[in-house]
Design a protein around this ligand. Structure first.
Ligand SMILES: Nc1ncnc2c1ncn2[C@@H]1O[C@H](COP(=O)(O)OP(=O)(O)OP(=O)(O)O)[C@@H](O)[C@H]1O
Ligand SMILES: [Mg+2]
Length: 115
């Protein structure tokens, strides 16, 4: 999956740093899908797609599980977990979380700003 994301990022002309960020946020999202979504016990598929639009790479990670909201959103400073979504937020131009009964989809836009 990381190689797939990196290849797509480089094919579309993203810099090495941006390609690395794309790999990192995709890794966090897929790890979440495996750990918290449907990827773990139920063996339902996880999907990863990559589309070039808005001058950036839109990466979508989908699973068939149910999103569980946790409070607080910001983890305590000494917590070792609860960092993934915050990382994704900081390393993407845009990110959207879609949750429904049929699953969770995280859409992330990485790449240079069109401006
Ligand atoms: N695909 C998903 N399906 C269901 N719940 C999710 C999913 N992704 C995230 N969550 C929920 O959001 C919380 C925060 O996710 P986040 O990635 O920030 O932290 P984490 O996975 O618990 O820890 P870390 O990523 O730092 O190892 C998770 O603990 C989980 O409750
Ligand atoms: Mg996580």
């Amino acid at each position: 999956m990381r190689q797939f994301i990196r290849r797509r990022a480089k094919d579309h002309g993203l810099e090495d740093g941006e390609a690395f960020q794309a790999q990192l946020v995709a890794t966090e999202a897929v790890t979440n899908a495996m750990r918290h979504g449907s990827g773990g016990g139920t063996r339902m598929p996880i999907s990863v797609t990559c589309v070039w639009r808005d001058n950036g790479l839109t990466i979508e990670v989908g699973d068939r599980g149910r999103f569980q909201h946790r409070d607080p959103v910001e983890p305590p400073s000494d917590a070792t977990g609860g960092r993934g979504l915050g990382l994704i937020e900081r390393l993407t131009r845009r990110f959207e979380l879609e949750t429904s009964d049929s699953g969770t989809k995280l859409r992330m836009l990485v790449g240079a700003d069109a401006a």
